[in-house]
Design a protein around this ligand. Structure first.
Ligand code: SF4
Length: 232
């Protein structure tokens, strides 16, 4: 069971401002600071974090990963997961209340507070992925545990894993028990939810030097932030 304390999920003020495009080193106005304070209070009051995780073998994951047969021909994950020590399917949600509050703020034309709460909730959901990665690193058997063991989350909709892969992932890991459902476009409801597979193994298995055709359209090259790209 993975624990998701709000204190671990709540983003730092500087991270929220950066996500909203404030240049690093710029001083936010006192109005912005007060709004962020209010957004963080709403985050604390409206979040209901819950996660679900299930170990899965490589052969079974290969079947889940094949999805509806719509993945890119060549992807990083198809080379990474066969070299992993452990695989866990994973889903997390901040719950429906916070999404409802964001909707309510936008509907009442409170765009400033709505945008801030939306950014805080998105960053918190991303942080839940990091909490889960650290949890899996701690679960590694003693003989395999080392400073070089690294767990990373890979998600449908990214890096060549087609979003329709959510269908088989959700069938094998019923996230319905934590209140997440899929719509016809395979998007999750509640909106502030994440899903995918946690892949644990030696750090080197996550690294690659190839550039994939889908990278041309990538708006957030998280592979670089996560240190997965090595020079050829
Ligand atoms: S550039 Fe983007 S799409 Fe390509 S591997 Fe990195 S994160 Fe994935």
């Amino acid at each position: 069971m993975i624990d998701f304390p709000l204190s671990r999920l709540q983003p730092q003020a500087a991270v929220v401002y950066a996500a909203l495009g404030l240049k690093s080193g710029s001083q936010p106005s006192s109005r912005s600071s007060a709004l962020l304070q209010r957004a963080l209070e709403l985050f604390t009051n409206c979040s209901e974090p819950q996660g679900v995780s299930e170990a899965i073998g490589q052969d079974e994951f290969a079947e889940v990963y094949s999805g509806q047969g719509r993945n890119a021909q060549d992807t990083p994950l198809q080379k990474i997961f066969p070299r992993a020590d452990r695989l866990h399917l994973f889903a997390f949600t901040l719950g429906a209340r916070i999404g409802g509050e964001i909707k309510r703020l936008f509907a009442s034309d409170d765009f400033a507070l709505g945008s801030l709460l939306d950014a805080v909730a998105s960053l918190a959901a991303d942080q839940a992925g990091r909490v889960a990665e650290e949890w899996l690193e701690r679960q590694s058997p003693e003989q395999k545990k080392s400073a070089l063991t690294r767990a990373l989350l890979y998600s449908p909709g990214y890096c060549g894993w087609h979003i329709s892969g959510q269908e088989k992932l959700f069938a094998r890991l019923p996230p319905g028990k934590i209140g997440i459902t899929l719509n016809e476009s395979f998007l999750m409801n509640p909106l502030k939810s994440i899903s995918g597979v946690l892949v644990a193994g030696p750090a080197v298995i996550h690294q690659f030097s190839e550039v994939y055709p889908f990278c041309d359209h990538c708006k957030s090259p998280t592979c670089r932030e996560r240190g997965m790209v090595r020079s050829a």
